[in-house]
Design a protein around this ligand. Sequence first.
Ligand SMILES: NC(=O)c1ccc[n+]([C@@H]2O[C@H](COP(=O)([O-])OP(=O)(O)OC[C@H]3O[C@@H](n4cnc5c(N)ncnc54)[C@H](O)[C@@H]3O)[C@@H](O)[C@H]2O)c1
Length: 276
Amino acid sequence: MIRQAAIPGGEFDGRVAAVTGGASGIGLAVASELARRGAQVYVLDLSVDEVPDGLECLRCDVTDRASVRDAVHSMGERHGRLDVLVNNAGIGAQGTVEDNDDDEWRHVLDVNVTGIARVSAAALPLLRRAAAAPDGGGSAAGGGPAAVGAAVVNTCSIAATAGLPQRALYSASKGAVLALTRAMAADHIREGVRVNCVNPGTADTPWIGRLLRSAPDPDAERAALEARQPMGRLVSAEEVAAAVCYLAGPSAGATTGTELAVDGGMQGLRLRPVQE
Ligand SMILES: NC(=O)c1ccc[n+]([C@@H]2O[C@H](COP(=O)([O-])OP(=O)(O)OC[C@H]3O[C@@H](n4cnc5c(N)ncnc54)[C@H](O)[C@@H]3O)[C@@H](O)[C@H]2O)c1
C-alpha cells in the first residue's frame, strides 16, 4: 500500500494514535488514514517489517503482557499521551463447537478479547492524560459541547450480531468484543475516554485472501461471500478505516458505547431475491 500525503490541518493534527494489528489489512488502512489526517501513528504488530514509511512501528504481541507494556511505555516516553487507540489485532477460527479444541479456544479468545483488555489497560493512563490535556477536549461531563476526549475503537465483526455458519469460536470472541466495548464505554466516559466499535462484514484483506486460497473452489467461495452481502461485494479495508476515523475523531465527540456496521447491509437488510 502506498501511503498518501498527509492533509495539512487534518482532524488528527497533533494527536497520537496506536493501531494493533496495524501491519496488514484493515489495521494498515486505519493506520494510513489516521496518518493522512495528521496523527502520529504507531503500528503495534507481531511483524512490522513491511509497514510503509511514515508509520512508527513497535513490535508487539497483544497476548504478551510484557510486550504490550513495553510498546505502551515507548509511546509514553516519546509523547506522554495517547489520543486514539484502535484495538484491531485479531485472528480467525473456523468450525462448529465440535471442531476447535481447548487450546484453540484459549488462543483465539486471548488474541481477540483479552488482547483488547490487555492493551487498553496498559494504555488507559496515556488516554486519560490526552483527554485531560488542554487540547484534549476535557472530560465528557465537564468539557462542554466541544469535548472530544480520547477515543478507543475496537474492531468487532458482523459475527457478533449475526449467526454465521462454521464460526462458533470466532463469533463468541467478537460477541465478547461488543459487550466489552459497551462496558468500557461506561467505565471510562467520565474520564473523557470514548469507546466504540466497528462491525465490518467480509472485507477484502489478506486474511480473506488466505481463506479463499484454502477453499476447494476459491472463485465459488468468493462469489458466495459477495452474494451474502446485500451490496453484492466485499467491503474494502479503506471503508472500514473511514468508519474508524469517524468514531475516533472530533465529529463523533458525543458518540460512545456504539457499534457502527460497515457490512454492505448484511446485518440490517432482508432483500427479496432478484426476479429474472
Ligand atoms: N477481513 C474481514 O473480513 C473481517 C471482517 C470482520 C472483522 N474483521 C476483523 O478485523 C481485524 C483485522 O482483520 P484483517 O482482515 O485486516 O486481518 P489481517 O490478517 O490482514 O491483519 C491482522 C493483523 O493482526 C496482526 N496480529 C495477529 N495476532 C496478533 C497479536 N497476537 N499481536 C499483535 N498483532 C497481531 C497480524 O500480524 C496482522 O498484521 C480482526 O480483528 C478481524 O477479526 C475482519
